[in-house]
Design a protein around this ligand. Structure first.
Ligand code: SF4
Length: 66
């Protein structure tokens, strides 16, 4: 399992700016709750899921299985 940043620098920059503006909370979600703090609960679950491969909701991170 490997976690990497999106190879598209534009997306990385936009999401990182959003994270900064929101004090570390996910820029793709409205609620500033603990589960939406980056790295959010959804992506943590996806990282633990042996079947999941793909981007986090904001497309900042990519999880590959190999
Ligand atoms: S892991 Fe991705 S989806 Fe989750 S909070 Fe961070 S940027 Fe948003």
């Amino acid at each position: 399992m490997k976690i990497s940043l999106n190879p598209d620098e534009n997306i990385v920059n936009i999401v990182k700016q959003g994270l900064e503006q929101r004090g570390g909370y996910c820029p793709c979600r409205m609620e500033k709750t603990e589960e939406n703090k980056c790295i959010c609960e959804e992506f943590r679950r996806q990282m633990d899921d042996p079947e999941f491969e793909g981007y986090c909701h904001c497309m900042l991170y990519y999880k590959s299985l190999s």
